[in-house]
Design a binder for this molecule. Structure first.
Ligand SMILES: Cc1cc2nc3c(=O)[nH]c(=O)nc-3n(C[C@H](O)[C@H](O)[C@H](O)COP(=O)(O)OP(=O)(O)OC[C@H]3O[C@@H](n4cnc5c(N)ncnc54)[C@H](O)[C@@H]3O)c2cc1C
Length: 576
């Protein structure tokens, strides 16, 4: 057993930012950073478009807050939004000081670009590889701190809870196959999103919602899980993202007749370059729905991977594409064999981001003593019903920092967990893992088959358009899959990088997350943000201006509600 003051699970942007913040509180704190992959392989690395903050004279904090709240369809907690916009500029300047190579204007200032749903240009970027540079900057900075001890390629299997307090985690060292105990007075979950519960997503294969499910199993609620963001421009077949920056720089969406169809959906009129919050720069939930309506009208192309439209960048010219969108050119040519300088890119909506997550307060604290969460795994809530593109990377920094500081303050005053109790809890976990995974005999269900059925149920029941019958069907299917999962086959008895066991553990987590999504969606009888019901097409503030909280029970999720915090922006109709 190893013991630390703080155990952070997740080596992406949120986890590393939290580790640095905690270590800056005191160099005496011992901080473990646990990640199932080498930190630079976390999904943050694949963020392309940019990260938002108010840094220019034409912008102001209230405008950023208003855009975020509008984008969220009034589901964001406004105190969290106000804290976020206020702390965002400092975080991005800090990254500049740590060496992040932002793209710059000719006068030397850090550049800002347009992004969907934002009223002015406020998205900082490093070409179209922002996540790579951001994560690299954080990772290299973290190496300066001797008190951050890394556990790379260690897989979280459970939170250890004693006497109502979290006291560490168990993890599988993927190299040795051993189950190890990493004890801590505080634990911060920064395990990212869970887009892999859907079949078609921009998310990395590792985005399986593990931390969300681990917290849920420990009795913490998952908040606003019904809100799942589709990004309107993924590549058919792979789901690989074509960043919103391509529209921010002036790209057009066209249907099969070459027509910029967004003008028919209240987002027009078309201009040479889409203007803020209009046309191609409308929010993602609205653009994804417009695509589906074009499909219903028979205006989309039909390809081997289903319907798609065109993202046309040709008018931007080769020089601009090479300078601002080199990665888009590379992805389009490698994955669909077309060069966007000469041809339009085929795109369609794909699952991109989970607005919901582990319910926390404004300081990243959960209801379980000693447990904190930040980043995409958490729900503060900043993003409400629909996140604005480029707010998420900033969220990792602002709330990663808040989590690190809050956990450090707590760990400084909390007493160390009792070793004997931790050992007993860990022994229970070892027995569970042996029984269900490592030494499991018999079984007749294939992991891949259950995973595919889960993904299909989610797409059919909890996709862009939802209704009672389809969602109920998804909930029922997921219950059956939970039962069938008990009977899975595990044949690999190896100890070194046993990917079969890891896939099984991830599927186990995903089934919990998927049930929370489908059941929260079923109970929300209105349409708001990304949650669109054909049977309840209107937003219903009288009954549903409230967060959902999903609690795990043996019979499936129990849904409760929590009021939304309104400070200065009274709910009004969301029009663009
Ligand atoms: C393709 C793509 C492009 C994007 N572009 C943008 C953008 O331009 N701007 C923007 O604002 N947002 C963007 N987003 C969203 C944003 O990048 C993510 O929300 C954010 O990076 C998530 O960061 P995180 O630190 O919360 O989690 P991640 O970066 O996903 O890291 C999760 C960490 O948790 C660890 N982990 C998970 N499970 C376990 C386990 N069981 N045991 C141990 N460790 C575990 C992983 O190893 C990893 O280190 C994009 C997302 C995608 C998918």
């Amino acid at each position: 057993m190893s013991a630390h003051d703080i155990v952070i699970v997740g080596g992406g942007g949120a986890g590393i930012r939290a580790a640095i913040a905690a270590s800056e509180v005191s160099s005496k704190l011992s901080i473990a950073l646990v990640s199932k992959v080498y930190p630079m392989r976390s999904h943050t690395v694949s963020a392309e478009g940019g990260t938002a903050a108010v840094l220019r004279e034409f912008d102001n904090l209230d405008l950023h807050a208003k855009d975020t709240i509008f984008g969220s369809d009034f589901m964001a907690d406004q105190d969290a939004v106000e804290a976020f916009v206020k702390e965002a500029p400092g975080e991005l300047i800090q990254l500049e000081h740590w060496g992040c190579p932002w793209s710059r204007d000719p006068d030397g200032r850090v550049s800002v670009r347009s992004f969907g749903g934002m009223s002015v240009d406020r998205t900082l970027f490093a070409a179209d590889k922002t996540g790579f540079h951001l994560l690299h900057t954080l990772f290299q900075t973290s190496l300066k701190y001797d008190n951050i001890i890394r556990y790379d390629e260690c897989f979280l299997t459970s939170l250890l809870v004693d006497d109502g307090k979290v006291c560490g985690v168990t993890s599988i060292n993927l190299y040795t196959g051993q189950v190890e105990v990493i004890a801590g007075k505080a634990v911060i979950l920064c395990t990212g999103g869970g887009g892999r519960i859907f079949p078609f997503t921009t998310n990395a294969a590792i985005n399986t919602g593990d931390g969300m499910a681990a917290a849920y199993r420990a009795g913490v609620a998952l908040k606003d899980m019904e809100f799942v963001q589709y990004h309107p421009t993924g590549l058919p077949g792979t789901g690989i993202l074509i960043t919103e920056a391509s529209r921010g720089e002036g790209g057009w969406l066209k249907n099969k007749d070459g027509y910029r169809y967004l003008q028919d959906y209240g987002l027009g009129p078309p201009t040479d370059k889409p203007t803020h919050r209009k046309m191609e720069l409308g929010p993602r939930d609205i653009l994804s729905r417009c695509h589906m309506q074009e499909y219903a009208k028979g205006h989309t192309f039909d390809g081997p991977y289903g319907h798609y439209v065109h993202l046309d960048l040709r008018h931007l010219g080769e020089e601009m594409i090479n300078k601002k969108l080199p990665f888009v050119r590379e992805l389009a040519s490698k994955y669909v064999g077309i060069d966007p300088v000469y041809e339009p890119i085929p795109v369609r909506p794909v699952v991109h981001y989970m607005m919901g997550g582990i319910s926390t307060d404004i300081n990243a604290k959960t209801t379980l003593e000693g447990l904190y969460a930040a980043g995409e795994a958490a729900c503060v809530s900043l993003n409400g019903g629909n996140r604005l593109g480029s707010n998420s990377l900033t969220e990792l920094l602002v709330f990663g920092t808040r989590a690190g500081r809050a956990a450090a303050a707590y760990a400084t005053r909390a007493s160390a967990p009792v070793a004997a109790k931790i050992q007993a809890l860990a022994a229970d976990e070892q027995r569970r893992l042996d029984r269900q995974f490592f030494k499991k005999d018999g079984g007749k269900e294939r992991i891949a088959a259950i995973r595919q059925e889960m993904q299909k149920a989610m797409e059919e029941g909890a996709g862009i358009y939802r209704d009672e019958e389809k969602m109920q069907q998804a909930c029922n299917t997921l219950r059956t899959l939970r039962e069938r999962f008990k009977n899975i086959i595990i044949e690999d008895r190896g100890t070194t990088f046993n990917t079969e066991v890891m896939n099984a553990l991830e599927l186990d987590y995903m089934l919990d997350v998927a049930e929370a999504v489908a059941n929260s969606a079923l109970k929300r009888k209105e349409s708001r943000g990304s949650h669109t019901r054909t049977d309840f097409p209107k937003r219903d503030d009288a009954n549903f201006l409230k967060h959902s909280l999903a609690f795990r029970t043996p019979d499936g999720p129990r849904i409760e509600y929590l009021p939304v915090t309104i400070t200065r922006w009274q709910p009004e109709e969301r029009k663009y």
